[in-house]
Design a binder for this molecule. Structure first.
Ligand code: SF4
Length: 350
C-alpha cells in the first residue's frame, strides 16, 4: 500500500468530521455533505465531492483523504465466491470474502490481522496475532469491495475475534446502520465470536446486530482442546448469560458447529447439544470441516486428528436436532478451491 500521511475520513465519527469541516473553513452544513459522501455514496476521493467548492476540496486534500484502498489481489472460486487481499493502514494484510447466493450477497469481513484465539481448526489461529484493524481498515473491506453494490449482508466471520477488537467492530457497524450511511438494518449484520468474557455482555448490551457463537463441541474438555477460549470463558457460562436476553424478537442468536468426521458428529454430541440449548430461542448452523493445508502432515502424529465430515452423518445430526426442537441448517460450503471457506483464511506470508 502506498504510504500516505493524510488522515482518512472513512472511520471518522460525525463530531470529528464537523471539526474537519470547520478547520477547512466550510459552512456547518458541509459536515453533513462530507458524511454523506464518505458513508453513503462511498466516493474514493475528495475530488469527487462535487457539491463542495474546488477550493474547499483542495484545502481538505492537504490533510485528509477518503481512505479507500482497492484490494491488492483477488481469487475467484468456481462457485462464484471471491476472496480479496486488502492492505491495512499499518502495512499488514487481511483477507475478505464475498459470497453470492441467488439474490443475496454476503461479505465476510476480518477484524484483526491474525488472531489470539488459537482455535485448532483455523488457519488464522495458526497465524498468531499481528495486530488490530482500525475502523477504517474494517470499513474499507466493505466500501472498497468490488461487489459493494450487491451486498445484502455483512458477517464478521473473517480473520480475528470481533470481541477482541470490539470498539472498532461496534463503531464500524454503527456507521453502516447510521442514517447518514447506508441506514442498514442491524438484522443484516452478524457478529461471530468464540465467546470472550470481556466483550460478550458489552456486545449484547450495546449492539442490536445478530450474534453467532462458535460452539463446535458441547463437552467442555473436548471443546477446550479445539478452542482454548473455552478455558477462560466456558460455554456453560456464556449460555447462562445468553439466557438473560430476549431472543424472541428480531435479533437472532445462532450457534456455529463445525462438523469433524468421527469427532463431534455422533448422536452423543447431538443429544448434549440439544440438552444445552433446550428452551433457548436460537438456531444451529452445521458447517463442513475442510482439512487445512498443513493438516495432512500433522494428522498422523496428532492425538486428535481432524477429518472431514460425512454428508450422511451431518444430515443425521441435523435431523436429530430438528426432531428435538432445535432449528438446524447445514450450511453450504463456499470457496474451498480458493481457500476462502471457513477456517482457511491466512495472511501470514502476505
Ligand atoms: Fe480466531 Fe475465529 Fe480462527 Fe478461532 S476460528 S482462531 S476465533 S479467527
Amino acid at each position: 500500500m502506498e504510504k500516505t500521511s493524510r488522515i482518512p475520513l472513512l472511520g471518522m465519527a460525525p463530531d470529528d468530521i464537523k471539526t474537519v469541516a470547520a478547520e477547512a473553513g466550510l459552512p456547518a452544513f458541509a459536515a453533513k455533505q462530507l458524511l454523506q459522501w464518505v458513508y453513503q455514496k462511498g466516493v474514493a476521493t475528495i475530488d469527487e465531492m462535487t457539491n463542495l467548492s474546488k477550493q474547499a476540496r483542495e484545502r481538505l486534500s492537504e490533510r485528509y483523504e477518503v481512505g479507500l484502498v482497492s484490494p491488492l489481489a483477488e481469487q475467484h472460486s468456481a462457485d462464484g465466491t471471491a476472496k480479496y487481499l486488502f492492505p491495512t493502514r499499518d502495512g499488514h494484510h487481511v483477507e475478505t470474502v464475498f459470497i453470492p447466493d441467488d439474490d443475496r450477497g454476503t461479505v465476510c469481513v476480518s477484524c484483526q490481522v491474525g488472531c489470539k484465539m488459537a482455535c485448532r481448526f483455523c488457519m488464522t489461529g495458526r497465524q498468531g496475532f499481528q495486530g488490530q484493524l482500525t475502523v477504517t481498515d474494517i470499513l474499507n473491506q466493505i466500501y472498497a469491495l468490488p461487489e459493494r453494490d450487491r451486498l445484502t449482508n455483512i458477517v464478521f466471520m473473517g480473520q480475528g475475534e470481533p470481541l477482541d477488537n470490539l470498539d472498532a467492530v461496534l463503531a464500524a457497524t454503527q456507521f453502516l446502520m447510521a442514517d447518514y450511511g447506508w441506514a442498514w438494518s442491524p438484522r443484516r449484520i452478524t457478529v461471530s465470536t468464540s465467546g470472550l468474557r470481556k466483550g460478550l455482555k458489552r456486545f449484547l448490551d450495546e449492539s442490536p446486530c445478530h450474534l453467532a457463537i462458535s460452539l463446535h463441541n458441547p463437552f467442555p474438555e473436548e471443546r477446550a482442546a479445539l478452542m482454548p477460549a473455552e478455558k477462560s470463558y466456558p460455554l456453560a457460562e456464556q449460555l447462562e448469560l445468553l439466557r438473560e436476553y430476549d431472543w424472541t424478537g428480531q435479533r437472532r442468536l445462532s450457534f456455529e458447529y463445525i462438523v469433524f468426521g468421527g469427532l463431534n458428529d455422533s448422536n452423543r454430541y447431538a443429544r448434549e447439544l440439544a440438552r444445552l440449548l433446550q428452551g433457548l430461542e436460537c438456531r444451529v448452523n452445521l458447517i463442513r470441516w475442510h482439512v487445512l493445508p498443513e493438516d495432512d502432515a500433522l494428522a498422523a502424529s496428532s492425538s486428535m486428528p481432524l477429518a472431514e465430515a460425512d454428508a450422511t452423518r451431518m444430515a443425521a445430526f441435523r435431523d436429530y436436532l430438528t426432531h428435538r426442537g432445535v432449528r438446524c441448517t447445514i450450511r453450504a460450503s463456499r470457496g474451498q478451491d480458493i481457500d476462502a471457506a471457513c477456517g482457511l483464511l491466512n495472511t501470514k506470508n502476505k
